[in-house]
Unconditional design. Structure first.
Length: 215
């Protein structure tokens, strides 16, 4: 199946660490926390026109609607991450034809990575993950056909189109705070054949790498 990335996503080339509200004493944020006012709309390049809408209420995403022509009705769910701040330039929507759509975004307040899988089939439930290693973060490089995430002891890789996976262990369970990810994982580089991670183990930084095969 052909993998498609919605055109709304844009990676800024300037630093993502900007000050909130313009005050020099304000804590640094990952991206601009300007009020989100309009529904975010993503469309896949497929003849059945799959789409995902992220509706907004009080400056925050409120619900997700997704469907395609011929499905019969729209699927809908509440947006569960009500404490997060979403910026339209720091969110991706990837369509795997009419099989599923994936929303990847980073919280502007903390930089935490989130991943939502939205199957179009009405017999499959959507799933949400709060430990995403998204390439929206400039220190995390992940091939466009892949998504990466961690469970504090390992880093996992999954291909959008096929669901094939690979992983690399950190060798121990780490006390990772996902809201301060770079205090624990400095940088990541993931391709279809290799995982490279700079991770903090105890008080020291360690570089881990592994050749992988997606299967």
């Amino acid at each position: 199946m052909k993998l498609l990335i919605a055109p709304l996503f844009m990676i800024a080339t300037v630093s993502m660490l900007v000050s909130c509200g313009g005050s020099s004493s304000a804590p640094a944020t990952f991206c601009d926390t300007t009020c989100l006012k309009d529904t975010l709309k993503f469309a896949g390049n497929h003849k059945l026109e799959p789409f995902v809408y992220l509706s907004v209420k009080d400056c925050k995403p409120d619900s997700i609607i997704w469907s395609y022509k011929g499905l019969g009705s729209n699927r809908k769910t509440k947006f569960d991450y009500t404490s997060t701040s979403v910026n339209k330039d720091y969110i991706r929507c990837i369509f795997n034809d009419t099989s599923a759509a994936f929303i990847l975004f980073n919280d502007c307040l903390t930089g935490r990575g989130f991943q939502i899988k939205l199957p179009f089939s009405k017999t499959e439930n959507f799933s949400m993950r709060t430990s995403g290693i998204n390439s929206i973060d400039p220190k995390f490089s992940v091939s466009e056909n892949l998504m990466a995430y961690t469970d504090r002891g390992n880093i996992y890789i999954e291909e959008f189109a096929t669901g094939k996976k690979a992983m690399m262990t950190f060798g121990e369970k780490l006390d990772i705070d996902y809201d301060a990810i770079h205090e624990h994982i400095d940088s990541v580089n993931v391709t279809n054949s290799r995982i490279w991670v700079k991770v903090k183990k105890g008080k020291e930084w360690a570089v881990l790498e592994k050749n992988i095969t997606l299967e």
